[in-house]
Design a protein around this ligand. Structure first.
Ligand code: ATP
Ligand code: ZN
Ligand code: MG
Ligand code: MG
Length: 457
């Protein structure tokens, strides 16, 4: 794309996060630009290359080549960015409009559009469906440093729900529990996905042909209820329309849709390998959460574990680099802070703010298991914690489209057959300075949970 010929009218709103505006080109729909909002251009030009390096040298080796697409830094003409942000203002969902973005810099990120399938031929009239899931933390902390017992029984997501409801962030509690999704049990995963469909909040979005068709109830102008989603999905599951003797045919469609998502989440990414993949049991802690609505008596049906190369196993493995919990990390953060106060020049050598290169990755991988009292140990654990935080906040993109019988990459379902791909998105580094905030937030969430769920004496 020629930078001096960029015209804001060629671009349209695609989506946004807390810190970015994502736009797609009308003609080149397989590429997106993510424009990050930063207080100053100088900060943007430092931060955005850091995001790409972090994805390339840290997250990609940890999560696997096939799931991570790091993108490229692009320099955008300032005038273009200004015009574009004015133009898309009216396309933004209402819920987001009260949020004023900081000035957009002239620095952006060019990414493949993961809501599309690169090799999807126009043979089929049905465009790709993309399911974006923000799974959040999939295990119960097991660290010795934990002071509140409830953290070993109820997961962070489920506790946080009560806090968010009280603070008006959401109007209804979500019944989704990440531990069910990460369980590897088809039954529990089914329930988790069903609960996401019923209350998506910001953990589930669905796109069709690149357009958002389903997301949190207040987020999208074109918000459709579950029934509308079923109408969209019906052509993808034609034979299920006849099931259930015509009673609740919509249920059969949703059922099959959920099964496609489950299979993709448990697959090795995009291969049609045969045979049962090796299962791994990652968590040392209790494998279920007491706040999950999944029936307790059905839990006995085995602790299934996740297939080793599945996207869920990869993400969970990285999340579990947080093995001290914020309660164990905070004192180590203070050790680093104290050291830096004395030796401020050491900040660069210790790579506190990057660069995120192979040497940063070595520190993450080779951090000693036991605390020897050194600042190196503290820095290693803090780095690991931050990497785990990224994995607790990432999104999974599952994109699928109907394919012909003889095509190679397909899910092993009776019929219909789908071409699909699975990727991981939003792998920004979490700031070192955020640790004190995380510590406070953890205390607030746990205390609020205890207060709101325990009956008064
Ligand atoms: P968060 O608030 O979750 O931290 P963020 O500011 O880091 O968000 P992203 O999550 O990277 O921003 O992007 C925001 C949204 O834009 C995503 O949830 C997704 O729907 C869409 N998006 C971002 N990158 C891509 C991509 N490569 N392909 C398709 N959609 C994308
Ligand atoms: Zn839970
Ligand atoms: Mg995001
Ligand atoms: Mg992010």
């Amino acid at each position: 794309m020629e930078l001096d010929k960029m015209d804001e009218n060629d671009w349209k709103y695609h989506g946004e996060g807390n810190k970015s505006l994502v736009v797609s080109h009308f003609l080149a729909e397989n590429n997106l630009n993510s424009i990050k909002s930063e207080p100053t251009a100088e900060q943007a030009f430092r931060h955005i290359p850091n995001i790409v390096d972090y994805s390339k040298y840290v997250m990609k080796p940890l999560l696997g080549e096939k799931y991570v697409h790091s993108g490229e830094v692009v320099k955008l003409p300032l005038d273009f960015v200004r015009q574009l942000s004015l133009k898309v203002q009216q396309e933004r969902p209402e819920l987001r409009c009260d949020k004023v973005m900081d000035t957009f810099s002239g620095c952006g990120l060019c990414l493949p559009n993961l809501t599309q399938l690169p090799l999807h031929h126009l043979r089929d009239h049905r465009p790709p469906i993309c399911v974006e899931i923000k799974p959040k933390c999939g295990f119960l902390p097991f660290s010795r440093n934990i002071t509140k017992e409830c953290k070993r029984k109820v997961c962070r997501f489920c506790m946080h729900q009560h806090y968010k409801l009280a603070n008006g962030k959401w109007k209804r509690l979500s019944r989704y529990c990440p531990l069910d999704l990460f369980s590897g049990s088809k039954q529990r995963m089914y329930v988790a996905l069903k609960n996401l469909l019923e209350e998506p909040q910001n953990n589930l979005k669905i796109f069709k042909g690149g357009e958002l068709i389903f997301s949190c109830k207040d987020d999208a102008k074109q918000q459709l209820e579950l029934n509308d989603l079923i109408q969209h999905l019906r052509p993808y599951f034609p034979h299920s329309n006849g099931l259930y003797n015509g009673h609740q045919p919509g249920k059969a469609v949703l059922n099959e849709f959920i099964q496609v998502i489950c299979s993709a989440l448990l697959s090795g990414g995009d291969s049609n390998r045969s045979g049962e993949p090796r299962k791994v049991h990652l968590s040392e802690s209790k494998p279920h959460c007491e706040a999950s609505p999944f029936p307790r008596d059905l839990l006995r049906n085995g602790n299934h574990g996740l297939p080793k190369d599945s996207v869920l196993a990869k993400i969970l493995q990285v999340q579990m680099l947080d093995n001290l919990d914020i309660e164990g990390i905070y004192p180590l953060y203070k050790r680093v802070e104290q050291y830096l106060e004395e030796f401020p020049r050491e900040r660069n050598r210790l790579q506190i703010d990057g660069p995120y290169n192979e040497s940063f990755m070595d520190t993450v991988k080779n951090c000693p298991a036991e605390d020897d009292g050194s600042v190196e140990y503290a820095v290693g654990k803090v780095h690991q914690y931050r990497v785990a935080m990224t994995a607790k906040d990432c999104s999974i993109m599952i994109t699928f489209a109907p394919c012909e019988e003889n095509e190679e990459h397909q899910l092993n379902l009776e019929k219909p057959r789908f071409t699909y791909s699975v990727s991981i998105l939003d792998l920004d580094p979490k700031p070192y300075e955020g640790i004190p905030h995380q510590h406070k937030l953890d205390t607030k969430i746990v205390n609020y949970y205890l207060r709101s769920t325990q009956a008064p004496p």
